[in-house]
Ligand binder design. Structure first.
Ligand SMILES: NC(=O)C1=CN([C@@H]2O[C@H](COP(=O)(O)OP(=O)(O)OC[C@H]3O[C@@H](n4cnc5c(N)ncnc54)[C@H](OP(=O)(O)O)[C@@H]3O)[C@@H](O)[C@H]2O)C=CC1
Ligand SMILES: O=C(O)CCC(=O)C(=O)O
Length: 359
């Protein structure tokens, strides 16, 4: 098994999200960098980091996963800390993983709820964290659609990935009257041009662990999903899924990057030339780390916020970040991805200069 961790340097405290999936050091390095720009765009006092283990959690028993997580924590416990680096869940990890990290870390350093975020509520987790990345994306889409006088209910959506991010995005779209017309997980894809009943699909996935054989939709080729006719495409699974092989065939008018780096640079150019509007990952999926920051603040305060307050603050951060990105786009006459990177880089550069680290 290939076990590694990459923790990047930070201004205040970095945020080391933990992936249990197929990973390699270059990819984790790139993801750590993305976190740095993401936390700057979100305007929260974190840097960026990422750690991962190359494994398929689906192949491991619960006790194997626990042992793996505890050994991983034994290797990194001196690198993380409430005021140093705060791990959070990412692909293939969840609140249970965070509970094991917290417990193992606490054996070395004493009980420290603030050392991880995305943990179970009963161990000091934040209300609203589980939904935060998906819901944050919805606030991002609403901020974008407000520019066109449109709403979620006017649009059709296709979602790749039905895990933490995909599920909460689908639920939030469904609750607002939007039509999710196709979704996929690792086992396959389903479509329904009239809109999938997401609450029934969730029960099906809970009971069967897969989208397969769902009676409220028709099976479709998962490779077709990304180029399926729709208004908004939301990749919420792997990186690099939009590439030069399929970008020209994408029919969506908007892409909202729930996954990290789902669009490779060649695809980005092809899609931009086609006039597709992309809400970039470092903004679109920043709701997760934003509520992780709220969780850490609550742990330090020793005070739990109501879910309404968490969601209200999340909406404020997502809306403010969108306005800040738009200002960059206007100033530099650029698209949203360039606007978001410029915003993030400028904030990091400004903080660097203030600290006297001028080269
Ligand atoms: N969790 C978070 O807060 C954040 C996550 N992200 C990013 O969002 C993405 C998803 O993360 P998250 O939801 O947490 O991960 P999860 O592990 O909860 O879910 C991943 C989903 O992707 C599906 N999947 C895996 N491989 C494929 C494939 N080849 N084709 C289609 N679907 C596939 C899985 O299928 P199955 O259900 O069958 O296993 C699962 O539904 C990742 O890129 C992650 O880095 C970004 C910001 C925050
Ligand atoms: O910090 C978090 O809560 C997780 C965020 C995350 O995994 C990401 O933004 O890629």
């Amino acid at each position: 098994m290939n076990v590694f961790v990459n923790l990047s340097s930070c201004f205040v405290i970095s945020n080391c999200d933990i992936l249990w999936c197929q990973v390699d050091p270059d990819e984790v390095n790139a993801l750590a960098q993305l976190m740095t720009w993401k936390t700057a765009v979100a305007n929260i006092p974190y840097g960026g980091a990422k750690g991962g283990i190359g494994c398929n959690p689906g192949d491991l028993s619960i006790t194997e996963l626990e042992r793996l997580t505890r050994v991983f924590t034994q290797k990194i416990h001196d690198l993380i800390g409430v005021q140093r680096d705060v791990p959070a869940p990412d692909m293939g990890t969840n609140s249970q993983t965070m509970a094991w990290i917290l417990d193992e870390y606490s054996k070395f350093h004493g009980h420290s709820p603030g050392v991880v975020t995305g943990k179970p509520i009963d161990l000091g987790g934040s209300l609203g964290r589980e939904a935060a990345t998906g819901l944050g994306m919805i606030f991002a889409i609403e901020a974008l659609f407000a520019e066109y006088g449109k709403s979620i209910a006017d649009h059709t959506f296709v979602i790749q990935g039905f895990g933490n991010v995909g599920i909460w995005a689908a639920k939030s779209i469904y609750d607002r009257g939007g039509k999710v017309i196709a979704v996929s997980d690792i086992t396959g894809a389903i479509k329904n041009p009239n809109g999938i009943d997401i609450s029934t699909l969730l029960k099906h996935k809970d009971n069967n662990g897969t989208l397969k054989d769902f009676s409220g939709g028709e099976a479709m080729d998962p490779n077709e999903l990304l180029v399926h006719e729709c208004d908004v495409l939301i990749p919420c699974a792997l990186g690099g899924v939009l590439n030069k092989e399929n970008a020209a065939d994408v029919k969506a008018k908007f892409i909202v990057e729930g996954a990290n780096h789902p669009t490779d640079p060649e695809a980005d150019e092809i899609l931009s030339n086609k006039g597709v509007i992309i809400l970039p990952d470092i903004y679109a999926n920043s709701g997760g780390v934003t509520v992780s920051y709220f969780e850490w603040v609550q742990n330090i305060q020793g005070f739990m916020w109501e879910e309404e307050k968490v969601n209200h603050e999340l909406k404020k951060y997502m809306t403010n970040a969108f306005q800040d990105i738009k200002k960059m786009c206007k100033t530099h006459n650029c698209d949203l991805r360039m606007g978001a990177f410029t915003l993030g880089l400028n904030r990091v550069a400004h903080a660097t200069l203030l600290r006297g680290w001028e080269a």
